[in-house]
Design a protein around this ligand. Structure first.
Ligand code: ARG
Length: 483
């Protein structure tokens, strides 16, 4: 047999003696087996190394199931009481670090049940009536995801709050707006930050939709076909906070689209985080100098003393790769899987756990960076004027005041930009005479629209960058966030 060196793996679970392993397995599912599994089989089969994270959900699910079995007269009330008491003890033992994790017991479900049976005997052995690990794991995983989604919602709320607070402070701060990363038109920093507010709000609502859709109970679907025991699936669904029991037993044990939906929503949101992170990296360069990052969110270089590196932003920008990878990984696991449960589906949990952990870290770091952000407003304002950023305002003036068709106005403005470029000056540095040489009807009034401040102030149509619009958007956002 192949032997593997696992000595240096700190995650390795402490193995118990082979005798004990096979004895336990015989008692869980080994009725028809003559010999225990090989060590490699055990290693590939186990999920306890990661699914122990769902112990609280597993215990909650078992308690709800036991109570319902008692209510329906399937087990006695005395058994229910013993099971509840026993499960409380198992939970306490796990939380005290006293549980012996044993790969022979495969997963969290078998660990808890096996310990329960050690503690309370026969009553514990009755818990699995009308239930399978297939509906059990689906229930646990949905409960775990639901709790995770609630935590993510709070974290996103914190990020949205940070964005709104900075946007409010910088409703009037002008900066260049870019297309193709070329200076396009001036915008306000507040407006730019509120663009991310919109993106993260949609992410939040996507996660909320996901929570809503996953909140149905698979419990009682049993292995795949349902059960002949008179279960009250509404009762277990309600006691676990699910909206209702899932309608089809095959779907209940086979569906993992809730996990895919969670991962897709995280992947989209992580993409948004990476865009903001990239702007932070760019803005913090010596060339841009738009912002100064706080000490708390920068690092130094071991060789270049002048460096102040935006490592947190860079890592947020990079971690999207892991989150997208988790999504593609699980998509690939689920693709082409026949109904109902296949062991392939045990591979569903790690990508979700990891993506949630990564995403939580990224959102928290981003919130910290946004809260601490120090914009260099003078540098931003100066940059806002570079690159003929108010050329569109000049063209718009020609349209508005001289009733020139926009295409002609675009041409006249282009000619003036060329003249300024050749002279090495800005549009507002051209004299009236120089402008009139191109279009005789231009008046002094043109200079009122060539400043960056006038430009942003004029963009008052709904959704535009005008400071007053930003203040209105901030007000609405604060209401949305109950701030
Ligand atoms: N550990 C398993 C998983 O995560 C639990 C379900 C096992 N079901 C089975 N029929 N072997 O998917």
């Amino acid at each position: 047999m192949r032997s593997r060196n696992t000595k240096n793996n700190p995650d390795k679970i402490n193995d118990q003696s082979d005798d004990k392993n096979s004895a336990i397995q015989q008692s869980m599912w080994g009725g028809r087996f003559g010999a225990g599994p090989s060590a490699i089989m055990q290693e590939i089969n186990e999920s306890i190394s990661f699914d122990k994270r769902m112990y609280a959900e597993d215990i909650a699910g078992s308690k709800a199931h036991a109570k319902m079995l008692g209510q329906q007269g399937i087990i006695t009330k005395a058994d229910v009481a013993a099971i509840h008491k026993g499960l409380d003890q198992v939970k306490a033992e796990i939380e005290a670090g006293q549980m012996l994790w044993d790969p022979a017991l495969e997963d969290i479900h078998m660990h808890i049940e096996s310990r329960l049976r050690e503690l309370i005997g026969d009553a514990g052995a009755r818990l699995h009536t009308g239930r399978s690990r297939n509906d059990q794991v689906a229930t646990d995983f949905r409960l775990w995801s639901r709790t995770a989604l609630d935590g993510l919602d709070t974290l996103l709320q914190d990020l949205l709050t940070a964005l709104v607070n900075q946007a409010e402070k910088h409703a009037d701060t002008v900066m260049p707006g870019f297309t193709h990363l070329q200076t396009a038109q001036p915008v306000t920093l507040g407006h730019h930050l509120m663009a991310y507010y919109e993106m993260f709000s949609r992410d939040r609502s996507r996660l909320c939709d996901c929570r809503n859709r996953l909140n149905e109970s698979p419990l009682g679907a049993a292995a795949l076909a349902g059960t002949s025991f008179p279960l009250d699936r509404d009762m277990t669904a309600t006691s676990l906070g699910f909206k209702k029991p899932m309608a089809n037993s095959l779907d209940a044990v086979s569906a993992r689209d809730f996990a895919l939906e969670l991962l897709s929503s995280l992947a989209i949101s992580a993409t948004h985080l990476s865009r903001l992170a990239d702007e932070i990296v760019l803005w913090a360069t010596a060339q841009f100098r738009f912002i100064t990052l706080s000490d708390a969110f920068s690092t130094g270089s071991s060789i270049m003393p002048q460096k102040r590196n935006p490592d947190a932003a860079e890592l947020i920008r990079a971690k999207v790769g892991r989150i997208q990878g988790a999504l593609i990984g699980l998509m690939t696991v689920m693709k082409g899987l026949p109904l109902a449960y296949s062991k392939d589906m045990q591979e569903d949990k790690e990508p979700v756990f990891k993506a949630v952990d990564d995403y939580e870290l990224c959102v928290s770091a981003m919130t910290g960076m946004i809260n601490d952000l120090k914009p260099n407003t003078a540098v931003m304002a100066a940059a806002a004027g570079y690159g003929f950023s108010t050329a569109t305002d000049l063209a718009d003036w020609l349209v508005r005041v001289l009733a020139m068709p926009f295409r002609d106005a675009h041409h006249v403005t282009g000619t003036l930009v060329k003249i300024a470029e050749d002279k090495g000056c800005g549009l507002s540095d051209l004299s009236l005479a120089e402008m009139q040489a191109i279009e005789t009807r231009i008046t002094d009034d043109i200079f009122n629209v060539l400043s960056v401040e006038a430009s942003v102030a004029s963009r008052t149509a709904f959704g535009g960058t005008a400071p007053d619009n930003v203040r209105t958007a901030v007000k609405a956002a604060k209401q949305e966030l109950n701030l």
